[in-house]
Design a protein around this ligand. Structure first.
Ligand SMILES: C[S@@+](CC[C@H](N)C(=O)[O-])C[C@H]1O[C@@H](n2cnc3c(N)ncnc32)[C@H](O)[C@@H]1O
Length: 515
């Protein structure tokens, strides 16, 4: 079989497995079990949920928490292999495409639709295409170890790189396990060029680990009938719809073809899924965000309930949100902290998102428990805020710039009931931040994207009990928390964490006594 060679390929000729990799320990940053979220819960419910905070996971698999991991996915996968080897049912990845560009996201400010555009991540590779292939090859080899024997991997790419990656996927997973090149065509694509045809599709390469794999004929994956069929539909006396068509031995027939309610079994060209628009509920202001409908078809086809779905380039968390709503367990990771922050809010806000089975309805369920972890060894965060800093700041100064952020709160205590009010937020070194951003900040709360409280901090990690956050559609932030009821007297540690619109995270601790 022909193989692809790239610079330094020899180093990888014996693909690295986790055995010759360094394994970094996970750190738990936050545990989210059943937090009370300001947006939709009545007071009575608040009290009830406060006591439910230690609820057990509702998955059949005991003790499972979904995982959102901040870190370079090479380290993340290495650290997962010990526990999850051969356990993950599906991996969907949508890595950078080697476009040579920078991806943007909108930093939304305050309540009045103010925003600034910021770099989300860079897709330039100083070592060119060789460096990109090396990056992905190494990670794909490791991902294969995580896949269950009946598992599948979907690699989402486009014309920039898909043909190279097809060859290395053949090498890693075996040519015989290549199932489809799915063409996701977005009909409304537009471009100014008149020098070549407008590029309007992505390729999703679908491989399985073996020939025994899960693939469900689930009506939820079906495609809509084409307009040609829809226009030709007739109704018979029983009220069932059919069209005339079909062929046999190359001859056209005009027999009745009855249609199924859910559409047709999908072909490998998907034209029925539009790109995300800003006016949709799922929009996260993240430029490479993929539609939930796309992930719905993939996940329903290749997994069953409770199976583990992983996305190691999770971005705004589309795969995780879809897995959550379809009752699958999920693991997501991203190297950019702001992507983790967006995914975290997206899962927390899942109650208000669209139901995937009935698109007219909202999902209206709270998320299953999840944990936020990190494997931060040598992690170089992509500083989303770099573009807001005045030029020529020395590196060291930049590093220290946001270290001294502080906020002020007031603890409102009424016997054993405690709530917290956020009073102020101080960003030091304001002179080093660009005016274009500062001009849009009208009050201290405009700096804040979310804030959260652990009323009874006991562990090395934060247990989210209450949170208020802004989403692209709901910009309101509550500055006073709900009232937490302490059941026993004693001394308690309260931890308050604020994440600002630049992604800076600041925690402060307080002690209170309950009589
Ligand atoms: C194309 S976006 C994914 C978008 C996602 N599918 C969605 O629907 O929002 C690619 C993501 O990969 C992340 N990324 C790039 N290199 C990474 C690495 N080495 N480890 C983990 N994540 C990485 C980027 O930060 C970015 O969020």
């Amino acid at each position: 079989m022909p193989n692809l060679y790239w610079k330094n390929k020899e180093i990888f000729e014996k693909p690295k497995t986790h055995e010759n990799q360094i394994i970094y320990p996970f750190q738990i940053l936050e545990s989210v079990r059943s937090p009370t979220i300001n947006k939709f819960i009545s007071n009575n419910e608040l009290i009830q949920r406060t006591t439910e905070n230690n609820q057990k996971s509702q998955f059949k698999v005991n003790g499972w928490d979904n995982l959102l991991i901040w870190g370079d996915n090479r380290n993340v996968i290495n650290s997962l292999i010990k526990i999850f080897s051969n356990k993950i049912k599906i991996i969907y990845i949508d890595p950078p495409f080697a476009t040579g560009g920078n991806f943007k996201f909108k930093t939304l400010i305050g309540e009045n639709n103010a925003f600034e555009v910021t770099k989300a991540y860079s897709d330039t590779w100083s070592g060119g295409i060789d460096a990109y292939i090396e990056f992905l090859y190494e990670r794909l080899v490791l991902m294969k170890e995580l896949l269950a024997e009946d598992g599948s991997i979907y690699v989402h790419l486009d014309w920039h790189i898909s043909h190279y990656i097809k060859v290395i996927l053949d090498e890693i997973f075996g040519k015989e396990n290549f199932r489809n090149e799915i063409i996701w065509a977005y009909p409304a694509a537009s471009a100014k060029t008149r020098r070549f045809f407008i590029r309007s599709f992505d390729s999703i390469l679908f491989y399985t680990k073996s020939s025994e794999y899960t693939f469900n004929n689930d009506p939820g994956i079906y495609m809509d009938y084409s307009d040609r069929v829809k226009f030709a539909l007739k109704e018979d006396d029983k009220g069932t719809f059919y069209y005339r068509g079909g062929s046999h031995n190359g001859k056209k027939l005009s027999r009745k073809v009855y249609i199924q309610e859910n559409g047709i079994f999908p072909r490998d060209v998907w034209t029925d899924i539009p790109y995300i628009r800003a006016n949709t509920l799922e929009y996260q202001a993240f430029s490479t965000q993929k539609p939930e409908r796309l992930l719905k078809r993939i996940i329903l086809a290749s997994t069953n309930k409770d199976d583990i779905v992983a996305d190691f380039f999770c971005g705004s968390g589309t795969t995780l949100a879809v897995a959550e709503k379809l009752g699958r367990r999920w693991i997501g990771s991203d190297v950019a902290k702001h992507a983790i922050n967006i995914s975290r809010k997206r899962i927390l806000d899942i109650f208000n998102s669209k139901d995937l089975i009935n698109w007219e309805k909202k999902y209206k369920k709270n998320p299953y428990p999840f944990k936020i972890l990190s494997v931060n060894k040598n992690l170089q965060d992509i500083n989303a805020y770099d573009e807001f800093l005045v030029n020529n700041i020395q590196k060291l100064k930049k590093k220290k710039l946001f270290q001294d952020i502080k906020f002020e709160i007031k603890i409102l205590k009424d016997n054993n009931k405690v709530s917290i009010e956020l009073l102020d937020y101080f960003v030091p070194n304001l002179d080093l931040i660009e005016n274009r951003l500062k001009k849009k900040i009208q009050s201290f709360s405009d700096w804040i994207d979310s804030w959260t409280i652990d009323f009874n901090r006991q562990n090395s990690y934060f247990n989210m009990m209450w949170i208020s956050y802004r989403t692209p559609k709901n910009r309101k932030l509550d500055l006073t928390s709900y009232r937490y009821y302490y059941e026993k007297s004693g001394k308690y540690q309260i931890s308050v964490k604020v994440i600002d619109i630049l992604g800076n995270e600041t925690s402060q601790e307080y002690e209170i006594s309950i009589d």
